[in-house]
Ligand binder design. Structure first.
Ligand code: HH2
Length: 252
């Protein structure tokens, strides 16, 4: 999954793809490099980020979706049902909701009726304050219990189980140690029986080990693959696609 942030303030690529033509070119490049989805987002969820109003989020993503969603496989990274609805009208086929359907009471019905895939992600708190002092007794079992609960909610709301992806939410209300523990024990979350998406790309915990965050991203994705992840949300598609193809070819 290639990341396309149409925001002025995303932590890594903020401001780079605000112009619709540049964003569309980047989407084309990511698909050519091996992305199976281009994840378009108009609201940064980096630590400390303030929420974005509906009008502003639509203003950011619509011109890009108009150019790419009919032609390329697109997911919409939003927690607002109105943004997701517009994206689906324009051809998006996947809803990436970092609130796991808790942010907007209309989201679950929309996704169920549209019959598209959805990713449910774990987050402790909200982006504004989530990194202030995240705490868990056992991060893996708490994230797993949350995802199991949200999976049940989604199915009860009418979303087909086979449409649902789960994501431990790396960096969302988690210390470096929590992120490492989640990657180390990802099999426990994969045991829920749904495919796992991970988003480690260039995140701060990678910088603790590798000044080159791209190299660390590739390593973390390969480790997550070995422990059961099957979708990898990344800024730089080519190195990750290559490393994961090699990892898959040696997987026993
Ligand atoms: N991480 C970010 C945004 N959306 N979605 C899923 N499913 N999983 C993630 O880990 C995830 C996500 C944050 O990264 P990014 O989009 O690069 O930055 P920002 O939120 O600042 O736009």
């Amino acid at each position: 999954m290639g990341i396309l942030n149409v925001t002025p303030d995303s932590f890594s690529d903020g401001g780079e793809f605000v112009e619709a033509a540049a964003a569309a070119a980047q989407a084309q490049r990511m698909v050519a490099d091996g992305a199976v989805l281009v994840d378009v987002g108009g609201e940064s969820t980096r630590p400390g980020a303030e929420p974005v109003a509906l009008d502003e989020e639509l203003r950011r993503v619509e011109p890009v979706l108009e150019r790419v969603a009919g032609e390329l496989p697109v997911s919409i990274d939003t927690s607002k049902a109105a943004v997701a609805r517009r994206a689906l009208e324009l051809g998006a086929r996947f809803v990436n909701d970092v609130t796991a359907l808790r942010g907007d009471s209309e989201m679950a019905t929309l996704v169920g009726e549209a019959g598209v895939d959805v990713c449910l992600m774990h987050m402790q708190g909200d982006p504004r304050t989530m990194q202030d002092d995240p705490r868990y007794d056992d991060v893996v079992s708490e994230v797993k219990a949350f995802l199991e609960d949200r999976l049940g909610f989604a199915i009860a709301a009418g979303i087909a189980e086979e449409r649902i992806w789960l994501d431990p939410g790396i960096g969302f209300g988690k210390t470096v140690g929590h992120n490492l523990e989640l990657i180390a024990r990802l099999e426990e979350i994969a045991a829920l029986g749904r495919p796992i998406l991970v988003g480690v790309s260039r995140k701060r915990f990678i910088g603790e080990f590798s000044a080159d965050r791209e190299a660390g991203t590739v390593a973390a994705n390969v480790l997550a693959f070995e422990r059961g992840a099957s979708m990898f949300r990344v800024h730089d598609v080519a190195p990750n696609a290559g490393a994961l193809a090699l990892a898959a070819a040696t997987f026993r």
